[in-house]
Design a protein around this ligand. Structure first.
Ligand code: TXA
Ligand code: MG
Length: 319
C-alpha cells in the first residue's frame, strides 16, 4: 500500500531518489517521476505496464520553464499556452536533447503542459526538474480522478500518493500538435474545441483509429473499463438486454427509479459536471460485476465532445 498524504517535501524526497509517486492534477492523477532521470522513467513504464513506444507528458511549473526544454515555440502555441496554462492543455513541441529519448519514445517532439493544481504546482516549483507523468492507471484502463482510484490499482507499485482531492476537470488534457501551418488536436480533452478555435481559428481534429494510431493514446479501445460497454438509446438497449445484469450510464435522466446500478452524469445537463463525474462513474459501474454497461452519448459541444470520444473508445470492440 502507498502512503497517502499532502506532504510536498516527502513527495520531493521520493522523486529525488528516482522513485515514482502519484500526483493530482485538475484533469486526472498522474504517475510522476523526474523527467530527466531515466531510472525514474523506466519505473513509470514498469508500474503502468505501458509499452515503451507510448511517450509521456512532461509537466512544468510555468511557460518559462517549458521554454528551457524545447527548441521551438510556434506563435500559435504561445497564444494557446498564454490563454490556457496552467490548465488542461498539452502541446507537442520540438524537444531539446536534455529530454531523454525514453520519455518521448524516440520522437524528436515532447508533450508539455503546466497543470492547474495548487499542490502539484507547488511540488513542481520545489523540485529542480520537470515531472514526466502519464495518467496513473494500468495501461488501457480508465484514468483515476481520486487518490483511492490510484491506491486500488497501483498502490503496490508506488510509495506515495499526493492527495489533492477529486480532479476538478475529470478528463485528460487536450493534446495539440503543430505541423507547418496546421494546428491539430490529437486528443480531445479538458479545453474544448470551441475554446481552442476562439484563440487560434480553425483547427484539424485527428480522429482516432485502431489500425494506424499516431500515438497509442489514440487507439480506439483505450480508456476502457473491463466490463463491456454498449452505446445507444438507453431504453432500446435496456429492452435488448432484458434478463442481463446491466448497468446504466446516462447524461441527465434517471431511467429506473431507485436502481443502484445506474449513474447520471449531470442532473442539470451540464457537460462540465458530466466530465468531472465520468471516470468515477465508469469505475463504480465496473466494480458491480455487471454483464454489460449501457450508455448514451452526451451533447456534442464543449467538453461533451471529449466525453463522447472516451465513451466511444471504451465501447470499441476488444479482441
Ligand atoms: O491530463 C493529462 O494529460 C494527464 C495528466 C496526468 O497530465 N496525462 C495523461 O497522460 O493523460 P497519458 O500518458 O495517459 O497520455 C498522454 C498522451 C498519450 O496518448 C501519448 O501517446 C501522447 O500523449 N503523447 C506524448 N508525447 C507525445 C508526442 N511527442 N507526440 C504525440 N503524442 C504524444
Ligand atoms: Mg492515459
Amino acid at each position: 500500500m502507498a502512503i497517502v498524504g499532502k506532504d510536498i517535501l516527502r513527495a520531493k524526497e521520493f522523486l529525488d531518489i528516482s522513485e515514482v509517486i502519484a500526483i493530482p492534477t485538475e484533469t486526472v492523477y498522474g504517475l510522476a517521476g523526474n523527467c530527466l532521470d531515466t531510472k525514474a522513467i523506466t519505473r513509470i513504464f514498469e508500474a503502468k505496464q505501458r509499452p515503451y513506444f507510448d511517450p509521456l507528458i512532461a509537466h512544468f511549473s510555468s511557460i518559462s520553464q517549458v521554454k528551457k526544454f524545447v527548441r521551438e515555440f510556434p506563435e500559435s502555441a504561445e497564444k494557446l499556452a498564454k490563454k490556457f496554462w496552467p490548465g488542461p492543455l498539452t502541446l507537442i513541441l520540438k524537444k531539446k536533447d536534455i529530454i531523454p529519448d525514453l520519455v518521448t519514445s524516440g520522437l524528436d517532439t515532447v508533450a508539455v503542459r503546466v497543470p492547474n493544481h495548487p499542490l502539484t504546482l507547488k511540488l513542481l516549483k520545489t523540485v529542480k526538474y520537470p515531472l514526466a507523468a502519464p495518467s496513473a492507471n494500468p495501461f488501457g484502463y480508465v484514468s483515476p480522478t481520486e487518490a483511492f482510484h490510484v491506491q486500488a490499482q497501483l498502490g503496490e507499485q508506488i510509495d506515495y500518493i499526493l492527495d489533492g482531492g477529486s480532479c476538478q476537470v475529470g478528463i485528460e488534457s487536450t493534446i495539440i500538435s503543430f505541423n507547418n501551418r496546421d494546428i491539430v488536436i490529437n486528443r480531445l480533452g479538458g479545453v474544448s474545441l470551441e475554446e481552442v478555435e476562439k484563440v487560434v481559428g480553425k483547427v484539424k481534429i485527428n480522429a482516432f483509429s485502431n489500425s494506424k494510431p499516431m500515438a497509442p493514446g489514440m487507439l480506439s479501445n483505450h480508456y476502457a473499463p473491463l466490463t463491456k460497454i454498449v452505446i445507444g438509446d438507453i431504453e432500446k438497449l435496456a429492452k435488448e438486454n432484458e434478463g442481463m445484469n446491466y448497468g446504466i450510464l446516462s447524461f441527465q435522466k434517471m431511467y429506473i427509479k431507485g436502481d443502484s446500478r445506474q449513474y447520471v452524469l449531470s442532473e442539470d445537463g451540464d457537460v462540465n459536471e458530466a466530465a468531472a463525474n465520468l471516470f468515477s462513474a465508469l469505475r463504480k459501474l465496473d466494480n458491480l460485476e455487471l454483464d454489460v454497461i449501457i450508455a448514451e452519448l452526451v451533447p456534442e459541444y464543449g467538453l461533451g465532445r471529449a466525453i463522447n470520444d472516451r465513451l466511444t473508445r471504451a465501447a470499441a470492440k476488444r479482441d
